[in-house]
Design a protein around this ligand. Structure first.
Ligand code: SOE
Length: 390
């Protein structure tokens, strides 16, 4: 009889929804080592009773400290804005809970180091939800690179582009303030983009970057009807400063000699969630585009020149990463499946004690790179990642 692990979900927003779905699916599609039970949902202000009823949480609370301390909680899943991550994660680790945390890990490198230390000292499994690593086509790209199918890698080119805050009347939400988000798109999407390059290519060594804030003042929430689309705002609405970036363009040198570029922006009109990368090596090249997430373009440079070209691989075979758990070949999967894939790996790591990546150590390395990018943009020079000391 499999042991049941009880999950406390802290935060019931977009990530609370995506995580709750994955916890409910993982035992249906994977032979996971544990059963999972949705034990508690913890909200901040908005009532969570409907959320609890919809997803089947047994308890509703508005006090994360009380829930994290409960003996009947085994996993704490943090889906709050970044400014709350450190306190919750350290309390959970000290209480002996395994911890899932949404990205970016925390507001700065120093906070990340404290979280990683707490997880290490507690001997718990920490997982930082860079879910795109567990999109099968991304995991397959890594497999091809690791097998040497691209040979010596020269370039990584990544971009993560959205457009949901281009309305100047979009309000000054937590995403747009340094004290609650850490950074703007650099942290929100740049953390994903840098992690993808670390997953497939290796560790960045130095960065040159330029950041920009296009809309410097925004109306306070409540003064505007603009949510995620154009809204009307009173002309006299009070506007406060935006203290984070809207776009960041980075050029990176990796420790293994790869030269890379990563562009992130929330002002890329028409790009709703465009996460893509290209990899160029002396034996071949790859291109992934999350808008076509079940496909990978592969170019075999060892072929005769007049036969070369990028061919589209449909990444839906049972032999592709994670896919034997899902549907027969030719049946695509979606964004939400990457979370379920990740949570299967998380439960397996709890069972085997094998390391799970990305963990809080990874989170610290990612934020260290992003802080170096910020420093580079402020000082107008190339910054070595090691200059950031926390
Ligand atoms: C930003 O809009 C966001 O929600 C990210 O925070 C998520 O990590 C990404 O998966 C979708 O876009």
């Amino acid at each position: 009889m499999k042991k049941t692990l009880n999950v406390a979900m802290i935060g019931g927003g977009f990530m609370g929804k995506a995580h709750s779905n994955a916890w409910l699916q993982v035992n249906h599609f994977f032979d996971a080592p544990f059963k999972v039970k949705l034990k508690a949902i913890v909200g901040s202000k908005t009532p969570q009773e409907d959320f609890a009823a919809n997803w089947g949480y047994e308890l509703v609370s508005y006090d994360w400290r009380e829930v994290v301390a409960r003996d009947d909680i085994d996993i704490v899943d943090i889906g709050t804005p970044p400014w709350l991550h450190m306190d919750i994660a350290i309390a959970a680790a000290k209480a002996g809970k395994h911890v899932v945390c949404e990205k970016p890990l925390a507001l700065n490198y120093a906070q990340c180091l404290k979280m990683a230390k707490a997880a290490e000292e507690a001997g718990i499994v920490s997982y930082l939800n860079h879910n795109y690593r567990r999109v099968p086509a991304v995991a397959f790209a890594k497999q091809l690179v690791d097998e040497g199918r691209l040979g010596r890698i020269y370039h990584w080119r990544g971009a993560y582009l959205q457009d949901w805050i281009m309305d100047p009347d979009f309000p000054l939400t937590w995403h747009l303030k340094a004290e609650t988000a850490g950074g703007g798109v650099l942290y929100d999407l740049g953390s994903h983009a840098v992690d993808l390059s670390r997953f497939i290519i290796g560790e960045p060594e130095s960065v040159i970057a330029m950041g920009r804030t296009f809309i410097t003042h925004r109306p306070l929430p409540g003064e505007t009807s603009a949510t995620f689309s154009k809204g009307e705002v009173d002309s006299h609405a009070k506007r406060e400063p935006v203290t984070v970036d809207d776009a960041f363009f980075m050029a990176l040198e990796y420790e293994n000699g790869v030269l890379g570029s990563i562009d992130v922006s929330r002002f890329a009109s028409g790009r709703r969630n465009h996460n893509d990368f290209e990899i160029y090596g002396d034996k071949g090249a790859l291109k992934f585009n999350f808008e076509r997430m079940n496909e990978l373009e592969f170019m075999d440079f060892t072929q005769p020149a007049d036969e070369q070209g990028f061919r589209r691989i449909l990444v839906t075979e049972g032999s592709h990463p994670y896919l034997k758990a899902w549907w027969p070949s030719g049946h695509p999967i979606g964004y939400e499946h990457s979370f379920t894939n990740a949570f299967y790996d998380f439960l397996s790591a709890i069972d085997t004690g094998e390391p799970l990546r990305p963990d809080f150590e990874d989170g610290a390395k990612i934020i260290r790179c992003l802080e170096a990018a910020k420093k580079s943009s402020e000082e107008g020079r190339k910054v070595r990642i090691e200059e950031i000391t926390g």
